[in-house]
Design a protein around this ligand. Sequence first.
Ligand code: XCC
Ligand code: SF4
Length: 652
Amino acid sequence: MEEEPKPILVRGRQDVCELDRARLALMNPALIDQKKEGRTIDEAAKPFIELTMKEGIETVWDRYEMQQPECKYCAAGISCQRCAMGPCRIIPPHRVRGVCGADADLIVARNLLDQIATGAAAHSDHGREIVLTLHGIGKGTVSDYRITDSEKLRRLAAEYQVNVQGKDDKTIAAALSQAMLEEFGTMGNSLRIASRAPKATREIWENVGITPRGIDREVVEAMHRVQMGVAADYANTLVHGLRTSLSDGWGGSSLATEVSDVLFGTPKPNESLVNLGVIRKEYVNISLHGHNPMLSEMVVKAAKDPEIQALVKKVGAAGINLVGLCCTGNELLMRKGIPVAGNHFNQELAITTGALEAMVVDYQCIFPSLPRTASCYHTLIISTSPKSRIPGSYYFGFEPETAYATAKAIVKMAVENFPNRNPQRVFIPVEPVKVTTGFSVEAIRGALGGSFKPLIDQIASGNIRGAVGIVGCNNPKVKHDYGHVTLSKELIKRDILCVETGCAAIASGKAGLLQPSAASLAGPGLGPVCRSLGIPPVLHMGSCVDNARILHLAAELGNALNVGIHRLPIAGAAPEWYSQKAVSIGAYFVASGVYTVLGVMPKITGSPAVVSLLTEGLKDVVNASFAVEPDPLRAADLISSHIERKRSELGI
Ligand code: XCC
Ligand code: SF4
């Protein structure tokens, strides 16, 4: 028998001493109340936020307060740390160039390109891991995973001109994954999967010179350009940012999404529950947090293992309750209907239920301080990616070849931790909210009866004015979930269909907008359409990499009408974004022709030239631009006037 995988405790246990907690604890009930209301609109989160303040358990909001005031040069993007002649800051009127001679425009542009490249790398590297797993299946080295959606495998193979005639899934997987892996370092001058974009959109890319070539290549070139003494012109630098972002959206993220569907199934509409109330007292609770569905899918399987089930009985638990967080949560919610405990700013609060045996993480958006939070409870933080070994966590090196054994060892560790729970500290005073999710492009087409024509007809007739992709994170600069929920409600009221991913979608879920009954909050055009189709007015399309689904949907509409994406009555919004990944997403939305409104100001205000290029100049380049509007009601105004303008340009 194979040896059971054993974890390593990375750098020893992290402990938060009583003194630290006493220092942070608040006693003034009025202050606690004021802060609680100021921090979130998520009703189910409020009791936990109150608890953290009373008990001195540090959260993201406390750390944000401690970081104030922020450095105004950094906030404006005019500090540079790139080389050893610096650091440099631009402080007019005298210090207008860094030691190397870079001015404010260049410093801002380079910093922004760096952020785009970081985000693109994160999405695409995740994509690579998924494609490598498909490759392992094809080559026979990976046996714990299998092809779940063989039809999609064949559809993708056709897209890649891989011969499927008389071939079995495994053979197709080998050839298709090979062709997909070549997209990362291709010698060609375009990505095959990006030819999904409408012809007119691709022509714009070609004319501007931003057709993405290799997925890795654009990121590497971006890193080259930010080296001192390479990039010199801010506009030229930012144009490469667009190209880099396209290699993410139409490249790495698209591959992550499509191949995840092949491996784990293409999402179909299903019902589930969200918010911190999904954590259940009598159960062994395991939260799955991060982004990559590979580990979490295996944990789902391992939780059903008879040996594990026997162990659950032995420790006296009612069963195993898996709950998601952030985008791993979205992946499981979309495909398996596994409940989600919340979005980015619910991650620490999930631990304060006192009922979480383990938080299993892969990568991205995981607070490195989680083991400190967990040390106030019995919760184990279990890290699994060699890219994200978190000090204070138990680390299992997760590999697709040994996925099941690792997942089983992880679940076992969680179950064995159940008796360590302190029943006195279990605190779950909230009830979960129902959601309907699973709206992949395929599922939307299915709900429409097999083609996008009914949707196009509804848009043409004006019942639906247009569609908006609302995406992105939580950020302490915005009251938790306020940006997402306010914008979504306002747009559906104006008959604009919302399609959402990531933490935005979870926010809408918690607010009840992902239920068919939310059609009653939609306007007189959209409401009846939703009712007749039995769908919510806000469609959950998945995780952050699943923004590729939104691109794909836009491409389907553009192709059906034979127009570029920039001509469609659609828009994008990221009301509470924080992540470099969100910068890449915003950039590929705009580069694809989608007007995009950000709720948080990027670090660019130190260069009026960059601000003007992004908010105005890009219209002449890619027929779309960014806007920044922190007030979601005003953002809704910007979006609906944009949509009306696009409608009249189309003559509808
Ligand atoms: Fe992360 Fe994807 Fe942002 Fe949420 S939305 S905070 S990136 S989990 Ni993508
Ligand atoms: Fe300063 Fe230029 Fe070096 Fe940046 S690259 S730290 S601006 S000298």
